[in-house]
Design a protein around this ligand. Structure first.
Ligand SMILES: *Cc1c(COP(=O)(O)O)cnc(C)c1O
Length: 360
């Protein structure tokens, strides 16, 4: 293997090296089948075994109760921005959205096509540097669902609590922090995540939906966006993103070997702490998010000037810390540090930041 960099890309993002090596080993001949997973029928025995095992592992690891169904859908998280209102808003014609960043804004705007949308809370007044408190959330009793995004990938904030919405089902975009800690799936009507942040290469989304919410879709819902169709066909109404699902399977086995979600939760806090400690001590680097809302998955920070930011990003890249440029909506830097980022990645980045500050 050639030298790998510490890859801080927000998504698609770094995958565990062990997983990549395993996939490489099985690339041309998957376990004696004489073919690659990419080449096999999605309805054949070898692929069905991969599919079933991946789904079962995800169910076990996330402790998904039998009340909920796991779907593998094409189109990433963005496709779900449309699928969610098409399937769920019909109950009352209304839905609540918490607006705490770019993706929740996009999701909210898309939902407006299908019903009456109420912004239940927003952090837009301070450029999404914080997460609203429970007392500031205005839940509509007649909302068909309440949508929020648990980790704001671009702004670097993360909900530190699960919002209370009474009888209104919770719908959560967990694209950038799913599998980073144990969660209580039973609290949610629907959880979804594009897989390319913390689970697999791009090409799919995982949807975990309460079966009670399935079957009320708008009549014009395209069949691949219908949770009923996807559920009845076990995500196999057409050819699923086969290879991505296989890779997710390998990542889940890796996750087991690391000690599961408890281990990930511990690592998540330790990993981000290295960088946040620098931000707290530094006279040069400034964290973009408010302390109480800081994300363990995406750390956003900057210096006093865009020129110095650029210098930092350039020198960091030369030192083996890749893709640290922040999103244009925030500027500065962003270190995306998902499950597959080794602890050495942030430890060494923190040391590099301290050295850069001394030299500049
Ligand atoms: C990346 C991301 C998305 C968009 O995902 P796609 O799979 O590209 O559609 C949506 N929500 C969040 C929180 C994300 O991080």
């Amino acid at each position: 293997m050639s030298e790998r960099v510490f890859n801080f890309s927000a998504g698609p993002s770094t995958l565990p090296l062990e997983v990549l090596e395993e996939a490489a080993k099985e690339m041309t001949n998957y376990r004696g089948t004489g073919m690659s997973v990419m080449e096999m029928s999605h309805r054949g025995k070898p692929y069905m075994a991969i599919f079933e095992e991946t789904k079962a592992d995800l169910k076990r690891i996330l402790k998904v109760p039998d009340t909920h169904e796991i779907l593998f859908t094409p189109g990433g998280a963005t496709m779900q921005f449309s699928a969610i209102p098409m399937n769920l808003i019909g109950k009352t014609g209304k839905a609540d959205y918490a607006v705490t960043g770019n993706f929740s804004t996009v999701a909210m705007k898309e939902a407006k096509k299908y019903g009456e949308i109420h912004v239940a809370c927003s952090s837009e007044d301070k450029n999404h540097t914080y997460i609203p408190a429970q007392k500031d959330i205005d839940v509509s009793e007649d909302a068909s669902y309440f949508h929020y995004c648990s980790n704001n990938t671009i702004f670097g904030t993360e909900w530190q609590y699960v919002p209370e919405t009474g009888e209104v089902p919770l719908v959560c975009d967990m694209s950038s922090n799913i599998l980073s800690m144990p969660i209580d799936v039973s609290k949610y009507g629907l959880i979804y995540a594009g897989v390319q942040k913390n689970m697999a290469p791009a090409g799919a989304a995982v949807v975990i939906v309460n079966k009670d919410l399935v079957g009320n879709e708008h009549p014009l819902t395209p069949k691949l966006l219908s949770y009923k169709v996807m559920s009845e066909s076990d995500s196999m109404n057409n050819t699923p993103p086969c290879y991505t699902i296989y890779m997710l399977g390998l990542v889940l086995k890796w996750l087991d070997r690391q000690g599961g979600l408890e281990a990930m939760a511990k690592l998540k806090a330790e990993r981000s702490k290295y960088i946040y400690d620098v931000l707290d001590d530094s006279k040069m680097f400034i964290g973009c998010a408010e302390k109480e809302a800081r994300s363990d998955m995406n750390v956003t920070f900057r210096t006093s000037s865009p020129e110095l930011d650029d210098k930092f990003i350039k020198e960091a890249k030369a030192a083996g810390f890749d893709t640290l440029k922040g999103h244009r909506a925030v500027g500065g830097m962003r270190a995306s540090i998902y499950n597959a980022m080794p602890i050495e990645g942030t430890k060494e980045l923190a040391a590099f930041m301290r050295k850069f500050e001394l030299e500049n």
